[in-house]
Design a binder for this molecule. Structure first.
Ligand code: ASP
Length: 658
């Protein structure tokens, strides 16, 4: 009973603070709190090491005890007090002023901030009036008897204080120092705790087997660009896997039945703000399962591993078809924390005199789409509208028409006089427009018009939030399954060819199989994505377990080289069970849960936006002598091209001299 209430006090105390985008956590015994919540018993934090206690755990109940602490000097006051920090918290250490303590005083007073020291002393209560209620250890202090400097800290490139602003490049260059910040400590420990709970749920409660799969593999057709690893055989390369997709299917054929792995994946996709060239998936595969089975498993997994300081998540998650997501939100990953849905208003404007709407509606697949921006007339100004129209023109080659509904109920738009009373009434009713709202109208082909409004929906949300309107509650976690994707999409670079919407192993929807041979673009798939607050955090599918069908899709529809997958096709012919799976993007999930501004903040040693390791300057040159071993010669770009590529590197571009 006592333990439970203490646990909830500790856990609640640490984590109930808002972890907003800019919120800086205070030092609390966070590791202990996270562990306590996950394990429901007190782990031993000081076993096997030189300390007797951690800095964050000492309280009045420890008064009189002799303790040994190891930690970093956070700051020093008047050469009398030191605040010592370890990952469990802060504690005040009092430096004795008497003559006999001179050498110890010298050590503690001369050691620069962030030096690491070991102190032994007695826990005493703070004198009356000096208790610090803001500090969990604020009732006590340590009267030092001995001190040892374990390592002095040289001049720091930045202060290890949460409130001190530093550029991301500097943080990444000195990541080992950046990791000392309470925010990074919190993010990484929360990540560890969630993964621990996931393992527990999958392996202990549901009989999954944790299996490692190779990272040196073979090129996979389709999908993302892969990293190549040369080997000693001339002209031969391994590929780093985009995901363990083939292995997890082979494991099902091998009778492993329920596989999971915290898997490293590699995709050479270039710079994107929320991507990393190497990232982590919670990778899952099951035999004899259907889509609903996978969905319920994942809901249970997330509910079980969800941090205790957040509101519990409600399951089952809502579900929406791909077609509905596109029509209503203009995207396959809708942020369902707020409305502003897209509405088809083609019927209202059938007889319009507004030229560009009229033009669109005369075309075979022309539509008129509208979106109501709540309070847009109140908060968006002329500049915002210019931005919106330019965005539509630049990115979609589309026209957008704003209509403002003023508080006096007047409609204000360049085309007001062309909108009839009847059209106004219908629009107001259909879109539930209120005073001070703004409507954006666009016209064209369904997908293009919806995609544009989907993007503008997010742009307008940003603009409104900049003006203080709260649309997307940062404490809200809005999960959504998106289902019934098309099996194939036209290739971006050549729309007459097809590519898989998910990957080529995804099974078609059972009721659409016949269309594979007649109208493949109409085939829906058994692919499902999990979306959280507008980000895709997972995706998976029921797989094709029939070699003939898999061969047909690869060869006839996707025009892939089936030889690259002959091992898988062969395996499918040897008693492959029906199977399916999913992968959760761990980095993105933790990023959303912690409210971190980007995924680099939840990865211990991430690559920069452009894929560099700014600490070690990887990727790096390899002398041509060493390349000989791989039978590789570099064809050097011109100096200017090379320099362009080096601009982000913290070290100046090196001469391409070898
Ligand atoms: N391997 C897939 C991916 O990485 C996930 C899956 O289908 O299970 O997206």
């Amino acid at each position: 009973m006592y333990l439970c209430s203490r646990l909830s006090r500790l856990y609640g105390g640490l984590l109930s603070r808002p972890i907003g985008r800019n919120a800086q956590p205070v030092w609390r015994p966070l590791y202990r709190s996270l562990m306590l919540s996950s394990q429901r018993k007190i782990p031993e934090f000081s076993s096997f090491v030189a300390r007797t206690n951690t800095c964050g755990e000492l309280r009045s109940s420890h008064i009189g005890q002799e303790v040994t602490l190891c930690g970093w000097i956070q700051y020093r006051r008047q050469n009398i007090f030191i605040v010592l920090r370890d990952c469990h918290g802060l504690v005040q250490v009092v430096i004795p002023q008497d003559k006999s303590a001179t050498s110890m005083k010298k050590i503690l007073c001369e050691a620069p901030v962030e030096s690491v020291v070991k102190v032994t002393g007695t826990v005493i209560s703070r004198p009356p009036g000096q208790v610090n209620p803001k500090m969990p250890t604020g009732e006590i202090e340590i009267k030092v008897k001995t001190a040892e400097l374990l390592n002095a800290c040289k001049k720091l490139p930045f202060e290890i204080k949460d409130f001190v602003k530093k550029t991301e490049a500097l943080r990444l260059q000195y990541r080992y120092l950046d990791l000392r910040s309470s925010q990074m400590q919190y993010n990484l420990r929360l990540r560890s705790q969630m993964v621990m709970k996931m393992r527990e749920y999958l392996c202990n409660l549901h009989g999954f087997v944790d299996i490692e799969t190779p990272t040196l593999f073979k090129r996979t057709p389709g999908g993302a660009k892969e990293f190549l690893v040369p080997c000693r055989e001339p002209g031969k390369f391994y590929s780093l896997p985009q995901s363990p997709q083939q292995f997890k299917q082979l494991l099902m054929i091998g009778g492993l039945d329920r596989y999971f792995q915290v898997a490293r994946c590699y995709r050479d996709e270039g710079s994107r703000p929320d991507r990393q060239p190497e990232f982590t998936q919670i990778d899952i595969e099951m035999s004899f399962v259907d889509q609903t089975g996978i969905q319920r498993l994942i809901e249970g997994l997330l509910q079980y591993s969800w941090p205790g300081d957040k509101d519990p998540i409600v399951i089952p998650f809502p579900s929406m078809t791909f077609a509905e997501a596109l029509a209503t939100y203009g995207t396959d990953k809708p942020d369902t924390r707020f409305g502003m849905k897209i509405v088809d208003t083609s019927d209202i404007f059938r007889n319009t005199e507004i030229r560009f709407l009229q033009d669109a509606l005369t075309k075979p697949q022309g539509t008129v789409k509208a979106m109501c921006v709540c309070q847009g007339a109140k908060y968006l100004n002329r500049k915002d509208i210019e931005f919106i129209r330019k965005f539509a023109a630049d990115h979609f080659n589309q026209e957008v028409l704003p209509i403002f509904l003023k508080a006096n109920k007047n409609w204000n738009s360049p085309v007001t006089k062309f909108i009839t009373e009847e059209q106004r009434w219908q629009l107001t009713r259909l879109m539930e427009i209120q005073d001070e709202d703004m409507v954006l109208l666009t016209a064209g082909q369904h997908k293009k018009a919806c995609s544009l409004l989907g993007k503008l929906r997010l742009e307008c949300a940003d603009l409104l939030e900049m003006r203080g309107v709260v649309l997307r509650d940062p404490t809200l976690f809005s999960f959504l399954w998106v289902v019934d994707f098309p099996l194939f999409l036209p290739k971006e670079e050549n729309p007459t060819e097809l590519e898989s919407a998910h990957h080529p192993f995804t099974a078609p929807h059972p009721s659409d199989i016949h269309l594979l041979y007649t109208e493949p673009t109409k085939v829906r798939s058994q692919h499902y994505d999990l979306v959280l607050n507008g980000s895709e955090i997972g995706g998976g599918s029921i797989r094709i377990h029939d070699a003939e069908l898999q061969h047909y899709i690869l060869a006839a529809l996707l025009k892939e080289d089936v030889n690259l997958l002959s091992h898988l096709l062969q395996a499918l012919d040897h008693g492959a069970p029906p199977h399916g799976g999913i992968a959760l993007g761990l980095d993105r999930l933790i990023c959303l849960v912690t409210g971190a501004p980007n995924i680099r903040d939840v990865i211990a040693f991430p690559k920069s936006f452009r894929g560099y390791d700014l600490m070690s300057s990887a990727p790096d040159f390899v002398p041509s002598e060493e390349l000989k071993h791989y039978h590789i010669q570099v064809s050097w770009p011109t100096d200017s091209e090379a320099e362009k590529k080096c601009i982000e590197s913290v070290t100046p571009p090196r001469k391409l001299s070898f």
